[in-house]
Design a protein around this ligand. Structure first.
Ligand code: KIV
Ligand code: ZN
Length: 510
């Protein structure tokens, strides 16, 4: 059996289904290019039949990505398969990924179909997809709760008509590792033609077992792992790509499998996903969390100084976490700036680099040292950029004990300068009220958070907001040493993204 596994990344599809994780086409494209750099074997770019926006995004990605199989998800209907194919037909190595639920629970209550109908539907779909491409994957949704003999029957049948990958998902994150591995072993033993296809695993993290289950599945004989960056995905998420890759690398003697991932790209990819989706990575997240390589206890620090292996099972440099804290400042030139961004793993075009350099210089006038985190905050602003329907020109807030918080705001609205003032219960509320009155937005503020990026009195404040209007949810980010200005910038960025999404709908919630 081959010992190189296929890494199938579904951040752009299952990952994007996380509540609040939303990407527009430009952001998806940027992430797709980073996934290619990371070295994934296949990327699931989306579910084209789910919305015109998804269709367009998948089509653009398929046209640009050259070294990775681009996959489109599809139900079993001909209409879905036609749309999936239309979106990926120009990809270098297009894959159609067909799924249908196979557990009795899902078949009875969700599909209202019996086993024979589901079997026929799966066979017909794979046969039809094969008329477009050789590369067809079949997934038995809720596979881990399906009757195991029915699973073998349906896998045998779809392989017979040409499925090249069969995937057995733990859709609701219910399985235990031994149970999942036993099910896969059973399927391998009782599906006569299983050797003609790659067996794949796809796990969700509802019980915090997604990584353990995926490793158990690989140990049992699966050779494709379906994963997402930072483990984002439906509900509690999917198996995290970085955890699988680093588990295989760190414990290779226990599970001697390899993959094509470039490990130094793990950390930059994680940062990019967090930036684009607005989903922070929890500090104690394995591999890529802020504390993953931090040693607080004195005994640990002492041990690590004497020999890092005492408490570090991996080296931070392996995942692309640079130990070199080259600090930029007022006098840094363009060269140091470009080198720094490259070291951090960001690939920007010339315009983006120029804009960012100017912003770095402006920040350096206010803040002595520009750390990686400051640069990331500025990068976040650039990466989340959409056309400016509204632009902040001026903000003045009066606040303090005894004063009624009042904000005066000057905005450029569709090219015209306007000014207004309003009150609020606090300075940020006053700024938001003024901006809302001026722009006429009826959006609801779903989420507001302020993060002090580097610590210290002159730290940059990064504000993230999530806004909802007409069923569309948009993320907004703003960074500034003044947190009221950062808040206003984030709010305006969110409004610009709402305006952009109203014109370019992606999915219902972005
Ligand atoms: O979790 C799941 O079952 C899925 C399938 C569509 C593969 O995401
Ligand atoms: Zn899934």
């Amino acid at each position: 059996m081959q010992d190189r596994i296929i890494i199938f990344d579904t951040t752009l599809r299952d990952g994007e289904q996380s509540p609040g994780a939303s990407m527009n086409t430009a952001e998806k494209l940027r992430l797709a290019k980073q996934l290619e750099r990371l070295g994934v074997d296949a990327m699931e770019a989306g579910f084209p039949a789910s919305s015109p926006g998804d269709f367009e995004a998948v089509k653009e990605i398929a046209g640009v990505i050259k070294n990775v199989q681009v996959t489109a998800l599809s139900r079993t209907s001909k209409e879905d398969i036609d749309q999936a194919w239309e979106a990926i037909k120009y990809a270098v190595d297009p894959r159609i990924h067909i799924f249908i639920a196979t557990s009795d629970l899902h078949m009875e209550w969700k599909l209202q179909m019996n086993r024979e109908e589901v079997l026929k539907s799966a066979i017909d779909a794979v046969r039809y997809a094969k008329t477009f491409t050789d590369n067809v994957e079949f997934s038995s949704e809720d596979g881990s709760r399906s009757d195991r003999d029915f699973l073998c029957r349906i896998f045998e049948a779809v392989i017979e008509v040409g499925a090249t990958t069969v995937n057995l998902p733990d859709t609701v994150g219910y399985a235990f590792p031994e149970e999942y591995s036993a099910l896969l072993s059973y399927v391998i033993k009782h599906t006569p033609n299983i050797n003609k296809a790659i067996l794949s695993v796809h796990c969700h993290n509802d019980l915090g077992l997604a990584t353990a289950n995926t490793l158990a599945g690989l140990k049992a004989g699966a050779r494709q792992a379906e994963v997402t960056i930072n483990g984002i995905g439906e509900r509690a998420g999917n198996t995290s790509l970085e955890e699988i890759v680093m588990s295989l690398y760190t414990r290779n003697q226990l599970l001697p499998l390899t993959c094509g991932i470039k490990k130094q790209e793990l950390y930059p990819t994680s940062r990019l996903v967090s930036m684009i989706t607005g989903m922070p990575v929890q500090a104690n997240k394995a591999i890529v969390g802020a504390n993953a390589f931090a040693h607080e206890a004195g005994i640990h620090q002492d041990g690590v100084l004497k020999n890092p292996m005492t408490y570090e099972i991996m080296e931070p440099e392996t995942i692309g976490l640079s130990s070199n804290r080259l600090v930029l400042g007022k006098h840094s030139g363009r060269h140091a700036f470009n080198v720094k961004l490259e070291e951090m793993g960001y690939q920007l075009n010339k315009d983006e680099l120029n804009r960012l350099f100017k912003r770095m210089k402006a920040l350096a006038d206010k803040k002595k040292e520009i750390l990686d985190e400051d640069l990331e905050a500025l990068l976040g602003d650039e990466i989340l950029r959409v056309p400016d329907t509204f632009k902040l020109e001026y903000l003045n807030v009066v606040s303090g004990s005894g004063a009624v918080p009042t904000a005066t705001v000057k905005l450029i609205i569709k090219g015209k300068e306007e000014q207004s003032a309003s009150l609020g219960v606090g300075p940020i509320d006053a700024a938001f009220n003024t901006i809302a009155n001026m722009t006429g937005t009826k959006c609801k503020l779903l989420h507001f958070s302020v993060n002090s990026i580097t610590g210290g009195m002159d730290a940059l404040g990064e504000v993230t907001v999530r806004l909802k209007e007409n069923d569309i949810i948009a993320l907004g980010k703003g960074a500034d040493p003044d947190i009221i200005t950062a808040s206003a910038k984030a709010y305006i960025n969110g409004l610009n993204r709402l305006a952009y999404l109203n014109l370019n709908p992606v999915r219902k919630s972005e």
